[in-house]
Design a protein around this ligand. Structure first.
Ligand code: C5P
Length: 403
């Protein structure tokens, strides 16, 4: 249900605007309060009278109401809403909001919006496939906006392809699920470590590994989307976070990662240790660049780094859940199981380097999750964000059954 949820429905000039009435009705039926903001072109496709009758509110389209000069405040709408949905979203509006071209009430409302934004594109297949549209959609995703992918089928142009606005019922289901998910970890603080660590040898060199941080960052977005406050302790990676509930703490070395993780762990109800922490660091840091030597070999003495997972496992209290990762190249299941026990984890996520598409750098992962009770669940190859959703499902279920 959407009881009490305030939704700004943005409607733009696409033939799919005729479906906006059904969408409006479906949102209201499930308990939402809807305020329509329509572009001038949108009004050519559906009349504001229909929409205001359905929503019981005047439809907002211009900055001022012409006859009495009333100012329509986009800023107030941005603060009022629990969610903004732009459906249908034309290529023009997608381009404007992606680039901040604030020449109508809908775009200014979007730019003032404090709430999550969902965008349901509707256009001809070639316009949808055009790199300009795709780049704009990617840009919207990078702002944290949610794209409701269009369907494939017969289009108004009589062409067949991808570009049909998603069906109103499915859009509403997606929004309902979004609000439901936000409750699953509400009130929880989740600590996540991600990426590699860099262990300095001298001012220009370090020891590190191939970790990209993708899995840890996907987990951070997923936990934040479930309502948790996330502390993401990340080693050096070229990644950005999107969700406003993620607080990122950047570190370089294992020692710094350990300090940051240990200081946030006491307030966390869940910790996910996804980082590929260097097991060793150079015993001595050379302030000056090491020079090539005449002797044939150079030995570097290494000293062990703190094991963050093991330290948190030791400090773990009732009500705290710990998930670790294991990247194994041999005896995968038994090595991972032993690690789970040794580090006092509740779950260990095994990715094997022998599986194609699993592990470092790629956008996909194939994992087997083992729990402290000895159960092993293998998952198929999926995108890292889908894997993140599976892993967080396990944590949410575990919390439910233990609370
Ligand atoms: O022992 P191993 O490195 O294989 O264990 C992997 C798990 O332990 C991962 O969850 C990793 O993030 C964590 N770990 C850690 N600190 C270390 C080494 C590993 O937190 N120094």
């Amino acid at each position: 249900m959407l009881t009490g949820k305030k939704i700004v429905l943005g409607i733009t000039g696409s033939i799919a605007a005729y479906k906006a009435a059904v969408l409006c009705r479906a949102l209201i039926k499930r308990g939402a309060e809807v305020q329509v903001v329509i572009t001038p072109a949108g009004k050519e496709f559906i009349t504001p009278v229909t929409l205001s009758a359905l929503t019981q509110k005047p439809v907002v389209s211009a900055f001022f109401t012409a006859n009495d000069g009333t100012w329509n405040s986009h800023v107030d709408l941005g603060l009022w809403a629990d969610l903004m949905l732009i459906a249908p979203a034309t290529a023009a509006t997608i381009g404007k909001i992606a680039n901040g071209v604030a020449d109508n009430m809908l775009v200014t409302t979007y730019l003032s919006m404090k709430a999550p934004v969902f965008v349901a594109p509707a256009m001809d297949l070639d316009m949808y496939a055009h790199p300009a549209t795709q780049r704009n959609l990617e840009r919207l995703k990078s702002y944290g906006n949610h794209i409701i992918e269009p369907g494939t089928g017969l289009l108004a142009s009589n062409l067949d392809g991808k570009g049909r606005m998603e069906e109103p019922d499915r859009i509403v289901n997606r929004i309902e699920r979004f609000f439901e998910k936000e409750k699953e970890l509400a009130g929880n603080k989740v600590l996540i470590t991600a990426g590699p660590t860099q262990e300095k040898i001298d001012p220009v060199r370090y020891i590190s590994n191939y970790s990209s941080g993708k899995m840890g960052f996907a987990l951070a977005e997923e936990c934040a989307g479930r309502g948790a406050e996330v502390f993401l302790v990340s080693g050096p990676v070229e990644r950005t976070t999107v969700h406003p509930r993620i607080k990122r703490i950047d570190v370089e070395t294992a020692e710094e990662m350990y300090q940051a993780a240990a200081s946030h762990f006491p307030e966390a109800t869940i910790a996910i240790l996804c980082a590929a922490v260097a097991d060793y660091r150079p015993a001595q840091y050379s302030k000056n660049k090491l020079k090539r030597q005449a002797a044939p070999a150079l030995s570097l003495e290494l000293t062990p780094n703190p094991d963050i997972a093991a330290a948190l496992g030791e400090a773990k209290k009732n009500g705290q859940l710990l998930m670790g990762f294991a990247l194994e190249t041999e005896n995968e299941l038994s090595n991972a199981q032993a690690k789970l026990r040794k580090k006092n984890l509740d779950f260990i996520v095994l990715n094997s380097l022998q599986d194609r598409g699993a592990g470092f750098r790629g956008d996909t992962n194939k994992v087997t999750v083992m729990d402290a009770e000895g159960n092993a669940s293998p998952f198929p190859l999926k995108s890292k964000s889908e894997v993140a959703a599976d892993l967080v499902d396990l944590l949410v279920n575990k919390k439910r059954t233990t609370e």
